[in-house]
Design a protein around this ligand. Structure first.
Ligand code: B12
Length: 228
């Protein structure tokens, strides 16, 4: 069995220490960090997700798997985002919305945003409306990024946007949303500025958006993307 399969197994079994050692071993063996992420860590997490869906494993098992996943992810961070960003792009407040504990995707988004040159203030999971707005005001953020993994917590994204409107702050911030159940249609419905489906495109669209807001004439056509 390859070290990549071992990594997937370690996530499925929720063995955080093993995950850490195996990720280091895979890096030593010269594996591309993206392969380690996609075919090792995420593949393992997806298998856990399928078992969870079929009621073969329950919240405690998924929780330990998530911890192992986040441990592996933290080792990979500096390898995934190697290049030093050429410029400081701006500040982002990032959190998973109220009622929602899912934070693996959020960690990946934070990683990619930092790699792109943003300062990211991560307000964690189960973050309420005031945490997003107060933090954005306090650090003079450019972007508010919200993550949700449950259909039942998606409305909390709208609450943040509605509160921004009530306070007369809506146009001050670029609002980005994401997470598996979120889509472009929902982004339009709640008046978010940008939806993207993954962490890489989140960083790319965030970069485009701040530069556009500042009136930069940089040309981005060659980068593609799925901005809303
Ligand atoms: C791990 C997990 C948990 C863990 C979370 C631990 C943690 N630290 O994150 C625990 C055990 C706590 C958990 C609990 C629950 N979970 Co859960 N969980 C999952 C699981 C297996 C994996 C999620 C994950 O990490 N995916 C991997 C990451 C990398 O993907 P991602 O989050 O989508 O992120 C990517 C993109 O979406 C995007 N992105 C994410 N955020 C953002 C933000 C922005 C701004 C942008 C632009 C992009 C972006 O970029 C990321 C990387 O590319 C999923 C199943 C699945 N296959 O997804 C179920 C799942 C999400 N859970 C589910 C459910 C039902 C629950 C519970 C209600 C179960 C229960 N009965 O208690 C509870 C709710 C607890 C709560 N209040 O939140 C359902 C949700 C169904 C729904 N549509 O509402 C799922 C889909 C499982 C299922 N098939 O039934 N869960």
């Amino acid at each position: 069995m390859s070290v990549i399969q071992d990594i997937s197994e370690s996530i499925q079994k929720g063995k955080a220490k093993n995950a850490k050692h195996l990720v280091l071993q895979a890096l030593d063996e010269g594996y591309d960090p993206k392969i380690i992420l996609n075919k090792g860590l995420l593949a393992g997490m997806m298998i856990v997700g399928e078992r969870f869906k079929r009621d073969e494993v329950f919240v405690p098992e998924v929780l330990v798997a998530s911890r192992a996943m986040n441990t592996g992810l933290s080792i990979l961070e500096s390898h995934l985002v190697k290049e030093k960003p050429d410029a400081f792009l701006g500040k982002v407040v990032l959190g998973t919305v109220r009622g929602d504990w899912h934070d693996i995707g959020k960690h990946m988004v934070a990683m990619m945003l930092r790699g792109a040159g943003f300062e990211v203030v991560d307000i964690g999971y189960d973050a309420d409306t005031s945490a997003f707005i107060d933090t954005a005001e306090a650090i003079e953020a450019d972007i508010i990024c919200m993550s949700a993994l449950l259909t039942t917590t998606m409305p909390a994204m709208q609450e943040v946007i509605d509160a921004l409107k009530r306070k007369g702050l809506r146009d001050k911030y670029i609002v980005m949303i994401g997470g598996a159940p979120v889509n472009q249609c929902f982004a339009q419905e709640i008046d978010a500025d940008i939806y993207t489906s993954d962490a890489m495109s989140c960083a790319r669209e965030a970069r485009k958006a701040v530069l556009k807001k500042r009136g930069s004439h940089e040309i981005f056509e060659s980068e593609g993307g799925s901005a809303g």
